[in-house]
Design a protein around this ligand. Structure first.
Ligand SMILES: Nc1ncnc2c1ncn2[C@@H]1O[C@H](COP(=O)(O)OP(=O)(O)OP(=O)(O)O)[C@@H](O)[C@H]1O
Length: 624
């Protein structure tokens, strides 16, 4: 009973793929169905005509009408040949229709996956459980739809054909029917059992596969090539990879070996059934109960039925597998973002008056209990430069994620001009910010595009790209590149060029300057910049950002001191807040951090006869 339901459940759940089929390839679906019907009809006609031919020929043997019957025989031969041609033509045309349908459905599903992927919550990408779903959906997404379409069509064709063959078989002798069932059904059940087994195993093994894939990437990617060689990690990683692949191979082989043994037993049973039936029918023909045409037809159709049955088993098993994989695809397609558009979104103010406020904000990541932020109260007023400082892991980047609504707070609220930000249109709200994260993107495209991605609404040749690059201090080195702003920043193509880490950071900064947002957020924007470039950037920072508001995270306190207001985060809580001078007077955490950095600078300066310190270093001495 369970096995039977396993056969039919997939058919029911495939109902979601059928509308996709219809919407994405209506014409090919209709054409494919018509060609398939023609293929079945022509195929059956060929079999029946063969039987008739044999009966006519054997009827003529030794009879006086033999001479006149030649024309009839040739007529049958011509008709059979014609039907065979029609069968072959419709079969190949149906194959073409299936392929076209499959490709269209695959593209349709890809579009759906991409639409979901770009709107999925950030949490989706930061959680391994969700990420597995995406990976499996990708596995299912690319080739599966082509297979599913092909399978469904073949399944329909073979079922029709098999039904017709069963009728023909019953006309020969009804006892042939149970024999046919014996040859087909056990194989079907065995196949379905193993498909399920294999699927469950594959699901368990996703993490293992991912780890193997990661190791493979570690060994072959250019990013790790330096460390890999210097730390001599090559052999170590290769061993780990081989071990993992060996375990995967071993488990897979165990399943395949068991399946081969059982399938062999089932095939032997089917062969026994065939020869038993053949012996029985030969005896009936010899006794004159059946014609030679019946015997020939039996040989033709039993073989055909068996191969059709095998194909049917294969297709049902495949369909079952498709259903399981498509289940994953639909599981992914059904994921709805938690950070969603409100039902009646408010318009974001064009020029915010009060700015942004965090009011008693608390946060922990989905699936974790530990609070990352607690009781956060802070504000960013229009035109104000606010800085966040704190040790690693104190929650600075998490706070930015909340501010940009990549996550929502688990306690308290964030407001813009006094209204909870969850009430604004999501995309419109996010356009208030231009952000450079610590792990900013390196796009494998031209310099111009890398910068323009900061505001994709601008035309391709906008002069804003160059002025953003000038503000970020990137323009001089860009002009030295082979094709200036049109140089591809990747080594993936022959004419591409790679940049230094600091140069990449300047490109990312330019991207942030590109967008005319209300608030600029810079998370460790100068970690890779040389001191000259850094002090240049912050010298006239306010003019550089056109007097917009800014939130800056930095471990370099020389950068932070020019902020209007500074918040010191410690283990998810704001411990101190004020201007640089206020915090220095307070002699708390900030003072301690600042004095230690300033002390280091002072030591260096004291050792040098001629001071070449930047203005930051000089003022740090005074401040401390
Ligand atoms: N996606 C995530 N899921 C669960 N915990 C996370 C996630 N991202 C960060 N955390 C945890 O949240 C805490 C704060 O991380 P966050 O990145 O905000 O710190 P940070 O102050 O920006 O640190 P750094 O100075 O090193 O950049 C850390 O303990 C980190 O382990």
């Amino acid at each position: 009973m369970m096995l039977i339901s396993r056969v039919f459940v997939p058919l029911l759940s495939l109902r979601r793929i059928l509308p996709m089929l219809w919407h994405s390839s209506r014409r090919w679906t209709l054409l494919g169905a018509a060609l398939m019907a023609l293929e079945v009809a022509a195929g059956l006609a060929v079999l029946y005509l063969f039987k008739q031919l044999v009966d006519v020929v054997t009827g003529m043997l030794g009879s006086e009408a033999a001479a006149g019957g030649v024309g009839r025989v040739l007529g049958f031969v011509a008709l059979t040949g014609g039907c065979t041609m029609a069968f072959l033509a419709s079969r190949s045309m149906a194959g073409l229709a299936r392929e076209a349908q499959g490709l269209l459905v695959a593209d349709h599903i890809d579009r759906e996956i991409h639409a979901r992927a770009v709107h999925a919550d950030l949490a989706f990408y930061e959680s391994p459980r969700y990420f597995d779903t995406l990976q499996r959906a990708r596995e299912a997404g690319n080739q599966r739809p082509v297979q599913v379409v092909s399978n469904l069509m073949m399944l329909a064709r073979n079922s029709l054909m098999l039904a017709a063959i069963v009728v023909l078989m019953v006309t020969i002798n009804w006892l042939m029917l149970p024999v046919l069932l014996l040859a087909i059904v056990p194989a079907l059940l065995v196949r379905i059992h193993f498909t399920r087994h294999l699927y469950e195993w594959q699901r368990r093994r996703t993490q293992m596969e991912r780890r193997a894939y990661y190791l493979d990437w570690l060994m072959t990617s250019d990013i790790n090539a330096k460390e890999l060689r210097l730390n001599q990690l090559g052999h170590f990683l290769r061993d780990q990879y081989s071990d993992l692949r060996g375990r995967i191979r071993h488990e897979r082989m165990r399943i395949t070996q068991r399946r081969t043994r059982i399938e062999l037993a089932v095939a032997s049973l089917a062969t026994l059934a065939f020869f038993g039936a053949l012996g029985f029918l030969a005896w009936r023909t010899a006794e004159g109960h059946n014609s030679v045409g019946d015997l020939v037809l039996f040989l033709l159709i039993f073989q055909r039925a068996q191969s059709m049955g095998q194909e049917l088993v294969q297709q049902l098993a495949q369909l079952y597998e498709d259903h399981l994989f498509l289940g994953l695809l639909f599981e992914f397609l059904d994921i709805r973002p938690v950070i969603a558009e409100p039902e009646h979104p408010l318009a974001v103010p064009v020029t915010p008056r009060e700015g942004i406020r965090f009011e008693g904000v608390g946060f922990h990541y989905p699936g974790t209990e530990a609070p990352v932020l607690s009781n956060i109260d802070l504000s960013i007023r229009p035109g104000q430069i606010v800085a966040l400082v704190g040790a690693n892991g104190s929650g600075k980047t998490s706070l930015i994620k909340l501010l940009c609504r990549l996550y929502d707070p688990t306690a308290g609220r964030i407001t813009l001009d006094g209204v909870d930000i969850r009430e604004y249109g999501l995309e419109e709200y996010r356009r208030l910010f231009s952000v450079i994260f610590q792990d900013y993107a390196h796009y494998a495209t031209t310099v111009r595009e890398n910068i323009r991605y900061g505001d994709i609404h601008q035309p391709v040749d906008t002069p804003a790209v160059e002025s953003a690059a000038i503000k970020a201090g990137a323009d001089p080195f860009i002009r030295m590149l082979k094709a200036g702003y049109d140089t591809p920043l990747t080594r993936m193509f022959d004419d591409g060029q790679e940049l230094s880490i600091g140069q990449w950071q300047k490109i990312a900064l330019a991207r942030a300057f590109m967008h005319r947002s209300s608030v600029i957020i810079l998370d460790e924007p100068t970690s890779a910049l040389d001191p000259g470039a850094e002090s240049e950037l912050f010298e006239n920072f306010r003019e550089r950002i056109d007097h917009r508001a800014a939130l800056i995270i930095s471990h370099r306190l020389s950068t932070v001191r020019m902020a209007d207001y500074i918040h010191v985060l410690d283990r998810g809580e704001i411990r101190e807040a004020g201007t640089h001078e206020e915090l220095m007077r307070r002699r708390g955490i900030y003072w301690d951090l600042f004095s230690r950095q300033a002390h280091h600078y002072r030591e260096v300066r004291d050792q040098e006869p001629v001071t070449q310190c930047s203005s930051g270093g000089d003022s740090e001495g005074r401040g401390a």
